[in-house]
Ligand binder design. Sequence first.
Ligand SMILES: [Ca+2]
Length: 268
Amino acid sequence: MKPDDTQNPTDGWTRLCEGVLRTNFGRIESNAVAGAMKALSLEEARRQEWSRRWILRIAALLVLGGIISWGISTRWQNLNLKDEPPAPTVTSQPVTPAPAVAPSGSILLEIWRDVPGDTIASLTNSAKFNQTADEVRALPSLEIRSISAVNLGNRIRGWLNPEVSGAYEFWIASDDASEFWLSPDADAERRQLVARVDGWTTERAWDFNPSQRSNPMLLEAGRRYYFEALHKQGGAAGHLSIAWSTAGRPREVVDRKYVTPFQLDSPR
Ligand SMILES: [Ca+2]
């Protein structure tokens, strides 16, 4: 049962004191609560700061790990690229198919000097003939005109490219001796002696001796035929000419436009 304040005057003082005390206690309690709240807030702030720092550290580690991984990957790719052959260069130029027959050009003349004699045998039996020629020249046709030097041996090699198909005849004229060899195809090993000069002739004197004229030989346009001319100049005047003709075409010295020139590194 609650005491009645009006019945006991001391009870008011007591209640006042109790109120003050209660109030102080309330303040004290309030301050304690506030302190506790403040402590809790600091603790929470510390926890949040701690969390924030760790999040930043983890994020930094992830970024660093990504950078390192990217660097290693790039380095590996570069190492692999170094081992690979370079990429082919792509151009926009049109592709031209390789010609079936090499283009005609200057005719190769090989010259051996200081080889005495005026017969072909004096050249082919010479030790020098198995060696590299002393000199090479380019001819515009199968012809050497007005040689003033002495003791020379000459050889002309190449492939004939007939413009039209038909039976061809060949003539040879020279001072001194000469031989003209022709293959039924591009193989040098199948060449045959088809015309020759045993002594000498004047320039382009085609009909001085029957041996200067070949039998008719069937040649096809678009095919190549190996030929070889040998010539020996002893003394005095010197020259060499080789002509051909086919049906409907006059006899003429063979022009370089019908010749695929022999290259010194070509297979025989
Ligand atoms: Ca001569």
